[in-house]
Write a protein that binds this ligand. Structure first.
Ligand SMILES: Nc1nc2c(ncn2[C@@H]2O[C@H](COP(=O)(O)OP(=O)(O)OP(=O)(O)O)[C@@H](O)[C@H]2O)c(=O)[nH]1
Ligand SMILES: [Mg+2]
Length: 291
């Protein structure tokens, strides 16, 4: 039997479930997921192997209007990933006016091979789906439209079936024992950033970046030092919390997940540093978004 392989870009507005899809297909959490929009900031490569072949997934930052330098850089990452892709999966969810909100981003799909996944169908009743499908179908942009629920597991068998239907024939690009081309350090920084996203509120998640200061692997423990960058003194106070309570909580949650990810005991040391207005400074954005 011939095998297929190729690059699949996962695109869509923030919070629709792009990273959830990537983790599901890879079978391991390589891309962080939160209930807040604009969680993912880079394009992130995940590798998924099946008997039909290999899918190289490109997770991307959610498509949105970008004003700040950080957001412009995020959008650039998302749009660039289309250039590398053999196939695009555009994801939308079932929130009100999803089609209208997707409008301005659909044009990037013109003259390309695209699938549409309508995710979170657990949140609506079946009859509400049909008119939604019709609207997207009328654009003529999609080879197929697949309603799914990644959370509840609805219709997931369709996902690989439809991807392999449109991937080119060819041998695997990567060995079958790797799940991502991202560095361990990058994923470690992302796991810490996820905990900041989950534990803090308002503008703090959007003002935060995480830099790994040291990463020392020993026989039975990994020692990690990381700096959480924020952009105002007031944010530093909040991230540290009263008597260090917040940073302790972030550290505990991050360490627990890092121990699972690295399969070893972890010693985690966290620092907090202010870099004034870094999200508005193109040079700093490049530095802190870099992998
Ligand atoms: N109800 C419901 N929630 C879902 C489903 N799939 C994902 N979610 C939730 O949607 C939220 C966003 O998921 P992500 O995977 O982070 O979304 P994303 O598109 O990567 O978001 P950005 O990185 O911000 O662009 C998380 O809280 C998920 O648990 C689903 O099928 N149903
Ligand atoms: Mg994401």
């Amino acid at each position: 039997m011939s095998v297929k392989s190729g690059y699949v870009a996962i695109l869509g507005r923030p919070n629709v479930g792009k990273s959830t899809l990537v983790n599901y297909l890879v079978g391991q959490k390589i891309s962080i997921v939160t209930h807040k929009p604009q969680t993912t900031r880079n394009k992130i490569f995940g590798i998924a192997n099946f008997k039909e072949g290999q899918i190289i997934l490109i997770d991307t930052p959610g498509l949105h209007k970008a004003n700040k330098e950080l957001n412009k850089a995020m959008m650039k990452e998302a749009l660039r990933s289309i250039e590398d892709a053999d196939l695009n999966i555009f994801i939308t969810d079932v929130s009100p006016n999803n089609f209208e909100k997707d409008q301005e981003f659909l044009k990037i799909l013109e003259n390309r091979k695209n699938l549409l996944f309508i995710n979170k169908i657990d949140l609506i009743k079946k009859p509400e789906l049909l008119p939604m499908i019709e609207k997207y179908n009328d654009t003529g942009l999609f080879l197929e439209i697949v309603p799914i629920s990644l959370l509840k597991g609805d219709n997931l068998e369709k996902i690989t079936e439809v991807i392999f239907k449109y991937l080119p024939e060819g041998p695997a690009f990567y060995p079958d024992d790797i799940t991502s081309t991202e560095s361990i350090r990058f994923i470690v920084a992302e796991i810490i950033r996820e905990k900041v996203f989950l534990k803090t509120r308002e503008e703090i998640p959007y003002s935060t970046s995480v830099i790994i200061d040291y990463f020392q692997e020993e026989d039975d423990i990994v020692k990690i030092g990381a700096t959480i960058i924020v952009e105002k003194d007031s944010q530093k106070k909040i991230v540290i919390g009263s008597k260090g309570s917040m940073i302790k909580e972030i550290g505990k949650a991050a360490r627990e997940e890092l121990e699972i990810f690295l399969g070893k005991k972890v010693f985690l040391e966290l620092f907090v540093k202010v870099v004034k207005n870094w999200t508005k400074n193109p040079r700093k954005v490049q530095e802190f978004l870099g992998k």
